[in-house]
Design a protein around this ligand. Structure first.
Ligand SMILES: Cc1cc2nc3c(=O)[nH]c(=O)nc-3n(C[C@H](O)[C@H](O)[C@H](O)COP(=O)(O)O)c2cc1C
Length: 397
């Protein structure tokens, strides 16, 4: 792990986790930590920042199976990796077994990744309304067909395939136990559960009890827990409360790539934590901007992208409203440098204000579903015709 001299460690009570390395097929992951796929966030630039702090699996943003097989330029960029990414991990979203199978086959034949995750957790109305995302596992025939196609293609290249899902559509329509069993029976390398239903979106608290239930119900496949890990201490608590084999961390690392250093320390039983002062944060923002510019091969695009990270990076730091709004509109790397240099860079870590929840939150939302979707666990002809549209124009989960 990279320890940076200007990030003083604050001793806390260490908790040693007795957690073995995570086995994903033929890959041994020493630190059982996964950077959650996040559309618009976990591109090559952000993954580099994160993985410099700790071990684990760093998943790309999701690509749709269809865009991948069509070699859509943006999708090829999304699944690209830096030369030093040792475990090239990608996430695919698809709603049709044939297309998902073709996408996995392409990845295997062209050696585009070392690990594939399938996304079954997207709660976005325009997707669930057509039966996709978190609505899909309700249809066991469709879910099974996708898993069967993906696992058989992945097996040809000995690429571990994992799935990531939510608990279900809502509390009355839970799917996770059944889906996980189907996936296990088809030989997936692990299953990850975000402890929320589609209806919850990002509201409320993730249900870690459901994660424990899944762990207990499926003793013969690695189970990864996801939802509301905002600190190393949260990660330790989730492992202790659920008995899972590894953790998946999303929003907690937004504006805080050093969280992976904290997680590495916690998993090794060390008490040191990254507590960066403002200078370190500013340097990281600039570097992130540079890496995004490289990633997009376009400074304008890099700057448009870095803007959304500003509020996360500076959460809790005493940075005035005027400069915050200038940072949120920054047009060039040179102006970014200037704005960052105008901050009081000697400010130390602000403590609790920089911690706690961050990123998307909000309220439960009615889950829009195709008419008659919940009446049966199997697809009818009407639904079959509609499902293909659920894959078009989707991003995020
Ligand atoms: C901005 C954003 C984009 C996301 N995109 C994806 C995605 O592409 N694929 C996916 O499976 N989940 C996606 N998610 C869900 C996360 O992977 C994760 O399951 C969720 O944020 C809960 O974990 P957390 O509490 O650690 O954030 C996204 C979440 C956010 C906040």
């Amino acid at each position: 792990m990279t320890l940076l001299s200007d990030t003083p460690a604050v001793p806390q009570t260490p908790t040693k986790l007795e957690l073995p390395p995570l086995q994903l097929g033929k890959h041994t992951i020493e630190t059982p930590v996964v950077l959650a796929p996040m559309a618009g966030i976990t591109n090559r630039a952000f993954r580099r920042l994160c993985r410099e702090y700790g071990g684990g699996v760093y998943v790309t943003e999701m690509v749709t199976a269809r865009a991948l097989v069509e070699r859509n330029q943006e999708s090829m960029r999304i699944i690209s990796h830096d030369a030093d990414e040792q475990l090239r991990s990608i996430q695919i979203y698809g709603v049709d077994a044939k297309t998902v199978g073709a996408a996995v086959r392409m990845v295997v034949e062209e050696d585009l990744a070392d690990h594939i995750d399938l996304n079954f957790g997207c709660p976005v109305p325009k997707v669930t309304r057509k039966g996709g995302g978190a609505a899909l596992p309700w249809k066991t025939d469709l879910f099974t067909a996708i898993i069967a196609a993906a696992t058989s293609e992945a097996a040809k290249g000995e690429i571990p395939l994992t799935i990531k899902m939510r608990k279900g559509i809502d509390e009355d329509h839970l799917t996770y136990l059944e889906s996980a069993k189907i996936a296990r029976d088809h030989g997936v390398a692990a299953v990850a559960l975000h402890g929320r239903t589609a209806r919850q979106h990002y509201s409320g608290r993730a249900d870690w009890e459901a994660i424990a239930t899944l762990r207990e119900a499926l003793p013969d496949v690695p189970v990864l827990g996801n939802g509301d890990i905002f600190s190393a201490e949260d990660a330790v608590a989730m492992v202790e409360q659920t008995g899972i084999d590894g953790i998946v961390v999303g929003r907690g690392c937004q504006g805080r790539p050093w969280l992976f250093g904290d997680l590495q320390a916690a998993f090794e039983g060390r008490a040191d934590r990254f507590r960066p002062g403002l200078r370190k944060v500013a340097d990281t923002v600039y570097r992130h901007g540079e890496l995004l510019t490289e990633f997009f091969e376009d400074e304008g695009k890099g700057m448009r992208d870095i803007r959304k990270h500003m509020a996360w990076y500076f959460k809790g730091y005493p940075v005035g409203g005027e400069i915050r709004s200038a940072l949120a509109k920054v047009p060039t790397l040179a102006e970014l440098r200037e704005l960052l240099d105008s901050l009081d860079l000697e400010m130390p870590y602000p403590g609790a204000d920089a911690e706690g929840t961050r990123g998307r939150a909000g309220h439960p939302k009615k889950t829009h579903l195709p008419e008659g979707w919940l009446e049966s666990r199997e697809m009818d002809e009407k639904h079959k015709a509609m499902i293909a549209a659920a894959e078009l124009d989707i991003s995020g989960g």
